[in-house]
Write a protein that binds this ligand. Structure first.
Ligand code: A2P
Length: 173
């Protein structure tokens, strides 16, 4: 990847699903030329990643949050033991106050704590809705209320790779 960047084929290097130990392995690599600028991991109000977020902040690595709306809940790959994120009463109540949807509140929460979001939708109206999060802001109290929703349970466990020696989700973070 460093060679790709040097050749002008990549602007920056990013990684995905790296835990702290794996990030440290890269950051401490002798002769490291270009460190990763981002780590794409699951991140949303039910899985807020406080420790990984802090570690990444300290190392100038941006967290890119996948499944920021709590996934499509497709049971072939999603752990649906956690309830649907967008039905959460706190997100909906805060949304009511700002005339926004629970989805918009969830996305606003993430960007307001410095997490890049990549929501997915096949629906043009919802795609537009997901952009309309820059005309309101959540108070500190609301941010704390949403942070407190963290269940520390992943929707995306990638269990098909659980036997791989570098399966990332056995570590605490
Ligand atoms: P749809 O494609 O019908 O809009 P995630 O980004 O967390 O993976 O979530 C994707 C899921 O969230 C999809 O099922 C998508 O369905 C749905 N979704 C996307 N945007 C919204 C929204 N603004 N409100 C409700 N559901 C949404």
């Amino acid at each position: 990847m460093e060679a790709c960047k040097d050749a002008g084929l990549a602007k920056s290097i990013g990684v995905s699903n790296f835990n702290r130990r794996q990030l440290e392995m890269i950051l401490n690599k002798p002769g490291l030329k270009h460190k990763p600028v981002s780590n794409q991991v699951e991140c949303h109000p039910y899985f807020t990643q406080p420790k990984l977020l802090e570690f990444c902040r300290q190392h100038d690595i941006v967290i890119v949050g996948y499944s920021p709306l709590g996934t499509s809940r497709d049971e072939t790959w999603v752990n649906v033991s956690s309830p649907p994120l967008l039905e959460d009463p706190v997100l909906n109540a805060i949304g009511k106050k700002y005339n926004k949807t629970a989805a918009q509140v969830a996305l606003r929460f993430s960007i307001q704590r410095g997490v890049v979001v990549i929501p997915k939708s096949f629906n043009p109206q919802r795609i537009r809705e997901n952009f309309q999060i820059f005309d309101f802001s959540l108070t500190e109290k609301e941010m704390k209320e949403i942070e407190a929703l963290n269940k520390n349970v992943r929707y995306v466990e990638l269990l098909m790779w659980r036997d791989h020696p570098e399966y990332p989700f056995n570590d605490e973070y």
